[in-house]
Design a protein around this ligand. Structure first.
Ligand code: FES
Length: 130
């Protein structure tokens, strides 16, 4: 076990997330209702930064294809979904074809659970075992 300080609690209000780098790892520090969690800050689907996603309770939604993960366990709650894009009917056909091609290629990519790291809070310091 090697806990290192990665953030201050005051810098991550409840319901928010913050990207940090420590020990050669990219981490997303999550404050879910006052409890802190640390997860790898790369989506296991296609590497989007999860800190740029949204948080509801302890469920984080990836900003790119909307896979959902429980930050407590790292468990995948649901896989990527095809986004509903307003105005797709007015996109030039070549652009629409390209989007559909990319969607067809990325849809079969398997999405694993997240890596989670033990967290300890001492005073206002957030420490992660990396
Ligand atoms: S990169 Fe996260 S769901 Fe695709």
């Amino acid at each position: 076990m090697s806990f290192v300080e990665v953030a201050q609690t005051t810098g991550i209000p409840a319901g928010s997330m913050r990207h940090v780098e420590a020990g050669g790892k990219e981490l997303c520090i999550v404050n879910a209702g006052g409890t802190f969690y640390a997860i790898a800050d790369r989506c296991p689907h296609m590497s989007a930064s999860l800190c740029m996603g949204t948080l509801e309770g302890t469920v984080l939604t990836c900003p790119l294809h909307f896979a959902r993960f429980d930050v407590k366990s790292g468990r995948k709650c649901s896989g990527p979904v095809e986004p509903k894009i307003e105005g797709m009917d007015v996109v030039p056909p070549a652009v629409a074809d390209y989007i559909m091609w990319v969607t067809a290629i990325t849809a079969p990519i398997k999405t694993a659970d997240l890596q989670v790291f033990p967290v300890r809070v001492e005073g206002t310091a957030v420490l992660v075992d990396i």
